[in-house]
Design a protein around this ligand. Structure first.
Ligand code: MN3
Length: 203
């Protein structure tokens, strides 16, 4: 058992009313746990590959034997993606970016609200299951991208600093088919302290 669920620093009901208790509970205890269990099971077949950090494997999936590559991509990605997702949310986090990150957002997108709008568009238009991301490129620039399934931007040479899960399991119990409303409400629980820290680490 190499990988385990990360410790949640807040209770399942802490993000109410924006993210409901039941969704948090099932999402963390069932969905994320399944990604952890499945990536551990896949990697157990290749102890020498299991020695390599998951993030390094996702950066270069060719390092992963073909018969477990899909399992590592999907479940390893699921583990890494959800770990970031829990971290970038908090009940009483910093509500807006400031400092270097805000400057960079304004330089790239004009305004914070224009960045949020572009991010929301990426999240809304991701067909089926996937994620929207704010990433830092290899040229140290901010960019908004979306990925399918549990793909992580590191596989494309990008460093994510903020990620939003738009799989239906992330919002359906509360928002049903209203993904745009979920996206809009989600900004209320984003913890910009952590996004700023991710930005500093990515540069
Ligand atoms: Mn999810």
């Amino acid at each position: 058992m190499k990988y385990t669920l990360p410790i949640l620093t807040y209770a399942f009901d802490a993000l109410e009313p924006f993210i409901d208790t039941q969704t948090m509970n099932i999402h963390y205890s069932k969905h994320h746990q399944a990604y952890v269990d499945n990536v551990n099971a896949a990697l157990s077949k290749y102890p020498e590959v299991a020695e390599i950090e998951l993030l390094e494997l996702l950066k270069d999936l060719d390092k992963v034997p073909a018969d477990i590559r899909g399992a590592v991509r999907n479940n390893g990605g699921g583990h890494i993606n959800h770990t970031m997702f829990w971290e970038v949310m908090a009940p009483n986090g910093k509500k807006e970016p400031t400092g270097a990150l805000l400057s960079e957002i304004e330089k790239t997108f004009g305004t914070l609200s224009s960045m949020k709008e572009q991010f929301a568009t990426a999240a809304k238009t991701r067909f089926g299951s996937g994620w929207a991301w704010l990433v830092v490129t290899a040229d140290n620039e901010l960019k908004i991208v979306s990925t399918a399934n549990q793909d992580n931007p590191v596989s494309e040479g990008l460093t994510p600093i903020l990620g939003l899960d738009v799989w239906e399991h992330a919002y359906y119990l509360k928002y049903q088919n209203r993904r745009p409303e979920y996206i809009e409400q989600w900004w209320n629980v984003v913890n910009w302290d952590v996004v700023e820290r991710n930005f500093e680490a990515a540069k």
